[in-house]
Design a protein around this ligand. Sequence first.
Ligand code: MN
Length: 722
Amino acid sequence: MRRITEIIDRMGVAPNSPAADLITASYIFSAKCHAGQLRKSGEPYLMHPLEVAFILSELGMDAATVSTGLLHDTVEDTHATIDEIEEQFGHAVAIMVDGVTKISQIQFTTAAEKAAENFRKMVVAMAQDIRVLIVKLADRLHNMRTLEHMKANKQRRIARETMDIYAPLADRLGMNAVKIELQDLSFQYLQPNSYDQMRQDVEEHLPARDKYVAETVQEIHAAFEGAELEILDIYGRAKHLYSIFMKLEKKGVSIAEIYDAVAFRVIVPTVSDCYSVLGYVHSKWRPIPGRFKDFVALPKQNGYQSLHTTVVGPNRQLIEIQIRTTEMDEMAERGFAAHFAYKEGQPSASDEDSMAFGWLRQLMEWQNTVRDPNEFMESVRHELFHEEVFVFTPKGAVVQLPRGATCVDFAFSVHTEVGLTCSGAKVNGRMVPLRSKLKSGDRIEVLTDKRRTPNREWLDFVVTSRARTRIRAAVRKREDEQAREVGSNLLDRALRANGSTLSKLENSDDKAMVTLKLKQNSFDELLAQIGLNKLTTDAVVQMLYPAEPTLPPQAIGEPAPGLAERLFGRKKKPLAQHGSSVVVGGLDDVFITFANCCSPLPGERIVGHVSTGRGVRVHRLNCSELHNADPARQVEVRWRIDTDLLHQVRLRVVTDDKPGILAQVSSAFENLNINISEASCRVRDDGSAVNTFRFGVRDLEALHAVSSRLRTMSGVLRVDRA
Ligand code: MN
């Protein structure tokens, strides 16, 4: 079994440094937790975290990451808790162990390519810290190396997952060495026959190839002789089995025919040396058109940099030459990990050379202004997969949504019908408000109710255009229906005054006549127009009974009566107390009263209840009175923001029963310029006094101002809405 001192040595930290102490402590903790557990191979379980930590030390990762490697399975597989880890090893390590545990718990099930892509993105999005991914990759690498001990079906599943999820992730992070090993190991289990064949073929060609490589390297060296170029190293590297296999599959050729099974690398000190060497190579040997690629000026997304060219080399052999600096070579092997080789918590990413790496360059610039490494990690994560969250359906399918998406967006993404009838949502098994924003990894269950329709308020928080358009259409449809209903009511009333009814009109030829003459597209539209107060019932009545004007002459020319008045048959009170602080279902001018049971204030969520003959009564959305009310009579209402009307509200203030307290409380109101319209006081047996005040405030904020002022006063025990 690997020894802990090997890991500390490999990290290059002093034996008594804080870093070494952290590693040793993590080792002891892990050993205790895993004591007695065995791997499938029969070896002590502890070998696994040790190997993972060793891989991380080889990648040059910082102490916190190596420590996470040692601890990564303790929470998942033993009695240890995240809290214990946080207590002993600090917040950073605890967060990372938690991250690795979470990723390990999600299981990739569908083989569809799209699903794999989403799943991959979700893994990334879930990792709070990029180092979590690197630990997960090291974990997977060791598990793949020891996969032989697993049952055949498990081998295939894990290999599939590795090939589809983790090898591409390693590639995305530029960790070439890890990617290659993961691919070759997966290949071995997924296509054992092809793998064996490949290995045989490659081995057969090995002596010839080694000879060819040695000779070619010599030729290249010779070619550079006399040139004023500084060359650090030239070597040939065989491509890995899986990539040769893919190439053979794609081109349908034999292994002897692929000239680029070996790539030759020329390592130079500086970036400008790369181009000098390239120029020289092209002057010596003829380049193949279309085979030159400049990944130095235009790095790959994963940060890979190098110049690639294929030339007609010595003996008219085609050779692929890659020219790069030592740092680029390092980056090509270790990728992202190379950047995050921390030493004592300091990102080496701050050194100048790494500034040159493609997509990281911008992030580095941010880092100059943002010194916090956590923030830096966060921005890297955003850069990888920025504006998206990945969530689960109850069946485990992954759904991709834009950042900020809510339960309602999710519902519409599942199906329009689900969105239109959604009445509630559970996230990770718990009921949440529909407006709740989703996080990657959340599992969402939408509750539906056929009687529900979308609420106009939803438009304030949905972020997907799909949800937005559907909600808008549904709200408009309902408002049209409401307007038609109001219109029908009004017209029926007006017709009855003339000895007819709406249904009589609807069943006569006059229906088409008035529709046409009043220039409406349909009778329904005519009713809606009346409901919206854009057309008067008089216009219809006069059309039907032209000989008998229904209005006395002096009334003509007066403004059309308000909708509320006509709808509910009473005069609108001049400046009714709450007259116009609320808008009903997009309609202005509906008669409003405020329910006494809950006295809603602007700023609170409200709902209207249509009460026959009494207009629309406005309640707080959570008012208990509404539980017994008929949901069909509820209408959407919202506050109008531009009014200065005062709303009456009651506040219950419990105080000590001592002299002068009431005067103090009243003066607090006075200071806030609030007139108390009613006050009562009741002394209780326990020596406290319950005071109730009724007064007018503009909105919820103003009420909060009063109550928080009261709460700070000595002698005041409680302040509640009465
Ligand atoms: Mn593990």
